[in-house]
Design a protein around this ligand. Sequence first.
Ligand SMILES: C[S@@+](CC[C@H](N)C(=O)[O-])C[C@H]1O[C@@H](n2cnc3c(N)ncnc32)[C@H](O)[C@@H]1O
Length: 206
Amino acid sequence: MLNAAAAERNKEPILAVLRDHVNTDRPLLALEVSSGTGQHVVHFAQALRNITWQPSEYDRHSLASIEAYRAHHKLNNVKPAIHLDASQPHQYWGGTQPESLDLVLNINMIHISPMACTEGLFKGAAVLLKPQGLLVTYGPYAVNGHITPQSNVDFDFSLRQRNPEWGLKDISFLSSLAQKNGLFMEKIVDMPANNKCILFRKESLV
Ligand SMILES: C[S@@+](CC[C@H](N)C(=O)[O-])C[C@H]1O[C@@H](n2cnc3c(N)ncnc32)[C@H](O)[C@@H]1O
C-alpha cells in the first residue's frame, strides 16, 4: 500500500467539508477521479457509510495500491478501482452511466496534470452527475491571476518547470469552464496549507 503524507494530512479536513455538504441520510453514489494511493477513499468510505464509492486512477501502480487499501479495510461501500483517464470522454470512464452520480471528487490533480484532464474532468462530471449533483475539487489555486503565499508561487514555478502544461489554475477559469458545461461554482472553502475546496453544482434541468 502506497502512503502519501499529504493525503494523510488533508483527508480529515476534506472529510469535514464532505460532511457539511453531502447528504448523509440516503444512499448516494460517488466517483473519485484520480484516487492516488487509496488513502482518501477508504477514509471517506468508513466515515460516510451511505455513500458507495467508485475509486479510479490513471496510474497502474496507484490502482494496485487502492486495491490493497480496499482489501485491507474490507469496506462493502467501496467498489473495485477502475482505470480512468480524465482527459478522455466519459464514455471511457468505466461504464459509469450519465446522470447516475451524486458526487464527483477530485483531489490534487488539476494543478499536476495537463489542461485536457481539467477540461475532461468538468465535461465528464457534468454528464455523469445527477441534476443538483456536486463536483468537489481540492488543491492549490490562483485567484484572479494572483497566487499566494510565496510557497504556492514557488510550487507553481516548479510544476511549470517539470511540465509547461502543469501549474495552478485560476478559480475564475474553472468557474467559466464549469459554466460552459452546465455546472456552477457554488462555494469556495479555505483549507489548511493554502489549499481550497471548490464546490460546483450541476444545474437542474428547466
Ligand atoms: C498529486 S497526485 C494526487 C493523488 C490523490 N488524489 C491524492 O490527493 O493523494 C495526482 C494524481 O493525478 C493523477 N493523474 C495524472 N494524470 C491523470 C489523468 N490523465 N487522469 C486521471 N488522473 C490523472 C495521477 O495518477 C495522480 O494520482
